[in-house]
Design a protein around this ligand. Structure first.
Ligand code: ARG
Ligand code: ZN
Length: 415
């Protein structure tokens, strides 16, 4: 036993774990075209990790640009910034310290918890136990395996019925490093089960509809953020011919694929993949939604960060046919969310609210015929970004529940 433990520790020490000591996240505020050029040149000359927007091509004037800069480049970046008059500030002083500061302090051994960031293996065990203890409200189905062979399990929540029920599909964790997102899916399942029978809206929702929940979409990437690189975003697929791993699953859907706001370079964080649905995780989800197209009335996908509630389109500037209704529902949901702790969200179509980016799941679902298609960008607005402390899981999930329930009630009323 002791020997095994020693081997385990040696194995972890030998694994290729990326550390971020002294790295900083800077917020740049480009006001002039030359500032935009400056940022693009910076991103092309050194390895930076774009936090927001996700690619330097999406940088324009008058947006805030959050960039994670490795420690070894800070001197040169500061020298360059000194020669420019662009406004900038430090969001995160030391990325490694922020990573270590994410977890609650407290000695209890880490097991599954709704107020912690759980590992994939804890989430898997949790799915098994929660579904076996609530057989009348939850059923589980595997919709396929990930690239590395992990089972993609969808939980179906709802009162069993002899006839097909209309449904909402929700996924979390398309992007690996956005840890608050899978935390929300787990919270949602707990809340649905614990308030069914007492909360009249939840009871009515689960009586009349089913909610399909995919707690972690990009499981391989999520596991990799726990073991090797906290900042990983993409899938973990590889192909001969490129040494770079993974594609951006939210650029890999068949919606204006790779035309805008996506990269055809396999090394980019917004690589669109080799063809639409080349990523097996994307294909598994798209197949599931196509198969259940006649019952799925809403598609909801959880990302972070920026506090936005987005809807189609992102692959083009043109407005969706249902634009005014989608906007009205998004504004209602944002108001409901804000009512709890005052957290402010901005709503609107992706292309104009953040930036155009093709190949996203929301646009794909909408064009397939799922009218109520929404992308949430959860907390925060950059103070911690992807490294949101665990102490914010509870308030974030509580407020997001109100937005989800607002949308669900609207969908239910308009079946
Ligand atoms: N931050 C998200 C992403 O880049 C936004 C997704 C909005 N929808 C879209 N189809 N681009 O993936
Ligand atoms: Zn994302």
């Amino acid at each position: 036993m002791k020997l095994l433990l020693v081997f385990g520790l040696v194995a972890v020490a030998l694994a290729d774990v990326t550390r971020f000591e002294g790295d900083k996240v800077l917020r740049l505020k480009p006001k002039l075209n030359e500032h935009v050029t400056f940022i693009k040149e910076l991103a092309n000359s050194i390895e930076v990790d774009m936090w927001s927007p996700e690619s330097s091509e999406q940088v324009t004037t008058d947006i805030e640009v959050d960039i994670h800069i490795p420690a070894k480049y800070l001197d040169i970046v500061y020298t360059m910034l000194g020669q420019s008059d662009m406004e900038h500030q430090i969001l995160i002083e030391d990325v490694q310290a922020a990573i270590e500061g994410q977890a609650d302090s407290g000695g209890s051994p880490r097991a599954h918890s709704y107020t912690k960031y759980n590992t994939w293996s804890d989430i898997q065990n949790w799915m098994n136990s929660i579904s076996s203890s609530n057989p009348n409200l939850i059923s589980k189905q595997v919709i396929g395996n990930t690239y590395e062979g992990r089972p993609m399990t969808v939980l179906k929540l709802g009162k069993a019925s002899s006839s097909a029920k209309p449904a909402i599909f929700m996924d979390c964790g398309i992007h690996a490093r956005e840890w608050i997102s899978p935390a929300f899916c787990q919270w949602f399942v707990k809340e649905a089960l614990s308030t069914y029978g007492s909360d009249s809206q939840m009871t009515s929702l689960l009586n009349q509809m089913d909610v399909f929940v995919l707690p972690v979409f990009n499981i391989d990437g999520y596991a990799y953020t726990h073991t090797n690189n906290r900042m990983w975003r993409k899938t973990r697929s590889s192909r001969s011919g490129s040494s770079c791993v993974g594609a951006d699953p939210n650029r890999n859907f068949d919606a204006g694929w790779c035309t805008l706001g996506a990269s055809s370079n396999p090394c980019s964080d917004t690589f669109c993949g080799y063809s639409p649905e080349s990523e097996i995780e994307v294909k598994n989800v798209a197949d599931f939604i196509r198969r259940n197209k006649s019952v799925i009335k809403a598609y909801i996908t959880m990302h972070s960060y920026s506090q936005l509630l987005l809807f189609p389109y992102s692959y083009k500037y043109g407005l969706a046919a249902d634009h005014s209704e989608l906007l009205k529902v998004a504004q209602g949901a944002s108001a409901a969310l804000q009512s709890l702790y005052g957290t402010r969200y901005t709503s609107g179509p992706g292309a104009t609210t953040i930036y155009p980016a093709a190949g996203g799941s929301d646009d794909w679902a909408y064009d397939l015929g799922v009218k109520y298609s929404y992308t949430f960008e959860l907390r925060d607005t950059g103070r911690y970004g992807f490294l949101l402390p665990e102490s914010q899981i509870k308030p974030t999930c509580e407020e997001t529940m109100l937005a989800f329930k607002y949308i669900a009630a609207y969908v239910q009323k308009n079946l």
